[in-house]
Design a protein around this ligand. Structure first.
Ligand code: TUI
Length: 316
């Protein structure tokens, strides 16, 4: 059960992708997720090509299963990161924060699967025309840089607009989320926040604790005026962003406040003034456990729900 088209396309056991989160999604996390039957993804974020290349090589040593690299298209190093992923023949590329159009042809030549994140129907259609293998329809419930539409509204509209497989992301962290995404027509899910709290994730413990402590209203969207809104856990940094918003500060002031803050949160464990990116589903994340247990718990719960649904459909 749950062996969808995306499992066949990517060569994975379960239709579960791990978000390629900047700083957070290192080779260790990606390999653990791939070893557990999902698709682990290394997050390139704003890192230089050499760093990404060494993470790819590390992941190859840690797993013999397929894994991916997420290329963050706003990165100043996007070209060298793309070169590294191409030269290392990474099996799957996901992209975020932009239109990957100019990189598609090159990866298609070497049969790398390419899966862009799309925040709206128009980009999904465009990507399909340009020959991508699938799209990730990511709702505004997600952590980090987000679009405007909710997962519930976005996913079925993208599903209806394209023929390629759609992967749902945003607000998903358990079996209920997986079954819901499949009900909306998705062929799989991508999850970020829950995998931050995988034991194998190298993010600082304070980052993980902030997610575990967060409730349903524990996140906030910052930096809307910059054109790149980012969802983070409410903390002192979030309040500073709020102050800037109230005085209609310039884009430069927002960018200055945000600069280096993700690294501070993930690497140094600064949960007060760091940018603790996490999705609205943080309230559902209660513990740190191995990636294998995260995935198995999700699949078991999803199977249980499917059994319940079948019984329900037989009742008058
Ligand atoms: O990319 C993400 N999430 C991210 S990237 C990131 S690093 C960052 N930090 C500060 C500011 C900006 C980035 C942290 N989290 N998710 C995938 C995603 N892609 N969300 C939204 C989009 C997106 C937005 C617009 C994808 C395409 C797009 O297209 C615009 C166009 O050119 O058509």
């Amino acid at each position: 059960m749950f062996r969808t088209s995306i499992c066949r396309i990517l060569g994975i056991k379960y239709p579960i992708l791990q978000g390629g989160m900047a700083w957070v999604a290192t080779a260790e996390l990606a390999a653990a997720v791939s070893n557990a039957g999902g698709l682990g993804i290394i997050g390139a974020g704003n890192a230089p090509g050499d760093y990404v290349r060494s993470e790819i090589r590390k992941a190859k040593k840690l797993t013999d299963k397929p894994f991916g690299v997420n290329i963050m298209l706003l990165s100043p190093f996007v070209d060298e990161v793309t070169d590294a992923a191409y030269e290392e023949r990474v099996p799957v590329i996901t992209t975020g924060a932009g239109n990957p159009g100019k990189y598609i042809e090159r990866f298609k030549k070497i049969r790398t699967k390419i899966i862009p994140v799309v925040p709206a129907v128009a980009l999904a259609k465009k990507m399909e025309q340009e020959g991508v293998d699938a799209v990730i329809a990511e709702g505004t419930e997600s952590g980090g840089h987000i679009g405007e539409l909710t997962t519930m509204a976005l996913v079925p509209q993208v599903v209806d607009a394209v023929k390629i497989p759609v992967i749902a992301a945003g607000g998903i962290a358990d079996g209920r989320g997986l079954v819901s995404a499949l009900a909306l027509g998705a062929q799989g899910v991508q999850m970020g926040t829950i995998f931050v709290c995988a034991s194998e994730c190298t993010a600082h413990d304070n980052y993980k604790k902030a997610i575990i402590k967060a409730g349903d209203r524990g996140t906030v969207v910052t930096g809307k005026v910059t054109g790149h809104p980012v969802r983070i856990i409410k903390n002192k940094l979030a309040r500073e962003f709020d102050k800037l918003e109230k005085v209609s500060a310039s884009v430069e002031e927002f960018e200055k406040l945000g600069s280096g803050r993700l690294r501070a949160a993930v690497v140094d464990g600064d949960a007060d003034y760091g940018s603790v990116m996490a999705g609205q589903i943080a309230g559902l994340v209660k513990e740190i456990k191995p990636a294998k247990n995260i995935i198995e718990d999700i699949i078991n719960e999803a199977n249980e729900i499917m059994r319940e649904i079948k019984t329900l459909s037989k009742e008058e």
